[in-house]
Each structure stands twice: as C-alpha cells, then as structure tokens.
Design a binder for this molecule. Structure first.
Ligand code: PSU
Ligand code: MN
Length: 304
C-alpha cells in the first residue's frame, strides 16, 4: 500500500502528466492568523488552477499523509487548535501514531518527492536564525533542500533570520539560490535584502531545465527560487527592522525556543504591525503560486 494518499484531482493530474504544484500546510496552521488563513489557503489553490496547474496541499490527517486536500480538510486544519508542526524529524512518528500535523517546507518536500511532485510554492522558508552561533537554531528546511529534488518558490527568507548565514549554509549544502528577475536577494516583505543573490534567472522555462538537469546529473536536492514581493505590496525594510527587533526581544523574554520560535515571531509581527504584515504576506504567496505554476507547466513539457 502506498504511504501517500493522493486526492482524486491530484492523482488524475499526475496520471495525465499535467503540472502539479505542492503547497505546505504549516503556513495555514502556524504561519497565518485565523480566520484569514482559510480564505488565503483557498486563494492560493485557486491561483494555481488559474495558471494551469493542479494544487496539492499537503498535511498528515489522522495518520494519513494526504497530498491534495478536499475543501473540508482544509477547513478542518484552518480551524484546528494545537496541530503539530511537522518536519523531517517528527513526520513518521505523527503518521505512526495516527495523529494530525501540518507540514513545514521540509516535510512538504518529503511528501512531494514521495508523490512525484517537483515544484512547490510557499511564502518563506526557514533558515539560520539570528543568534544561531549560541542557539544552534538552523531550520531543517535547509538540509531538506539539499536532499529532496523539489524546486521551492519562496519570497526569500524573513529578516527574523540571519540572511548572510542562511546563504552560506545553502552554498555549503549545494543548494542553488536563484533570484527571479533581479540581482538582489528578496527578503519576504521587502524586495531586497541588501545582499546579492548567488544566482539570477528570468525565465521559468530555464528554471525548469535547470531542475531537470540536476536530476540527469544525479545531483540530490532541489532549487530555491527567491521571487520578490510585488512592488505595490512591499513594506520597506526600515519599517520592519524595529518591529522584528521587538518581536525577537519578546520571544527571548518569554523563553520561546525550538520549533515554537518561528510561529511565535510570525504571530507577534502580525500583532505589532496591526495586521499589515498579513496583506504583504498574501500578495507574495499568490505571486509565488503564479511562478510555481509556470515552472511546473514548463517542466511537464521537458523530456524525462
Ligand atoms: N517562514 C515564513 N512563514 C512560514 C514559515 C516560515 O515566513 O509559515 C514556516 C514554514 O512552514 C517553514 C517553517 O518551513 O515555518 C520553518 O520552521 P522552523 O524555523 O522551525 O524550521
Ligand atoms: Mn528552528
């Protein structure tokens, strides 16, 4: 028996060789506030469809690794309290115990690989946290990018992370970090992190070819495509800097550590910006969904 349960729509699309884009569920349960999270999750799926691909939102529901959620499952996850946040380390335990969990970037990549899905859209990835030299807090997302052959489209990484260190680790791990359409690395709410991206590509077809070429060369791992937030939705870096500082201080004061750090900071920043961070977040995720659907559409045209 297969370890992944595909929705009818996803199974159909994969059988017919149509483009499919994986989506994570931690963004729904831990990344976006209720009740907007459900509406946003539906809009991301609709955007993928409008751009010619099939969305496959991924989660573990009562022990079943679901690739492609029915709307009722999406609704359930969006309203659920205390859902586990799953990464490579705890995914199999959650499944073995028949429990429910949302998949982070790392866990979503694992499920996508198992299902044969090669492109994944999200908001931001995890990375090397500021202060990692003492906390050792480095997201398992980075390791996973080095292992699972999935192209991940994100808006860069949030400034809650140490971006230069995150780039160093990705380079060490052999993960291509590709800025879409500009030289600078995007930084989530802002179009530029003030750092050059290691690589730049302007054409989704070439991104698809590079993805395929890695497989043909026998290289493990995927690609990180960093797609800048649309200009009209951008929040300037100078505005975000003090807010991020405050959120990090609050996290330290409350003794938050481990996998609670990222969700805590995201929620705190949402509160401190009085919801303004959410609008930017939605705009950039939808923008990433469009690019991911294009890459997936190019990929299915290439010889295997
Ligand atoms: N960054 C964001 N939004 C998110 C996340 C990260 O801007 O929702 C989520 C993703 O699911 C990511 C996870 O994979 O947080 C990383 O968590 P950690 O730092 O604990 O590895
Ligand atoms: Mn961490």
């Amino acid at each position: 028996m297969s370890l992944v349960t595909l929705s009818r729509a996803v199974s159909d699309a994969l059988d017919k060789g149509r483009p499919v884009v994986a989506l994570e569920s931690t963004i729904i349960t831990h990344g976006l506030p209720q009740p907007q999270n459900l509406e946003v999750a539906r809009r991301i799926e609709a955007t993928i469809r409008e751009n010619g691909a099939e969305p496959a939102t991924i989660a573990v529901i009562e022990g079943v690794l679901c690739v492609g959620l029915e709307d009722a499952q999406l609704e359930y996850l969006a309203a659920a309290e205390r859902v586990a946040k799953l990464s490579r380390a705890d995914m199999a335990v959650c499944m073995a115990e028949g429990r429910t969990g949302a998949t982070t970037v790392a866990a979503t990549m694992i499920a996508a690989r198992m299902a044969g899905i090669e492109v994944f859209a999200t908001g931001g990835i995890g990375g090397v946290h500021r202060g990692a030299e003492t906390s050792f807090d480095v997201s398992a997302d980075l390791q996973e990018l080095a292992r699972s052959p999935v192209t991940v489209v994100a808006a860069g990484a949030k400034a809650i992370l140490d971006l230069p260190k995150t780039l160093e680790v990705l380079e060490t791990l052999g993960v291509p970090v590709i800025a879409h359409g500009q030289d600078m690395l995007p930084a989530f709410w802002s179009r530029s992190a003030g750092l050059r991206a290691p690589l730049r590509m302007d054409d989704p077809a070439a991104m698809a070819r590079a993805h395929r070429m890695r497989r043909q060369m026998g290289l493990d791992g995927g690609q990180l495509v960093a797609n800048p937030i649309p200009e009209e939705a951008e929040i300037p870096r100078t505005e975000m800097t003090p807010i991020i500082g405050r959120a990090m201080q609050d996290a330290a004061d409350h003794g938050i550590f481990g996998k609670d750090v990222t969700p805590y900071l995201l929620q705190r920043i949402y509160e401190l910006t009085e919801g303004r961070s959410l609008e930017a977040n939605v705009a950039l995720v939808l923008n990433n969904a469009v690019l991911a659907a294009r890459i997936a559409s190019e990929l299915v045209e290439l010889p295997a």
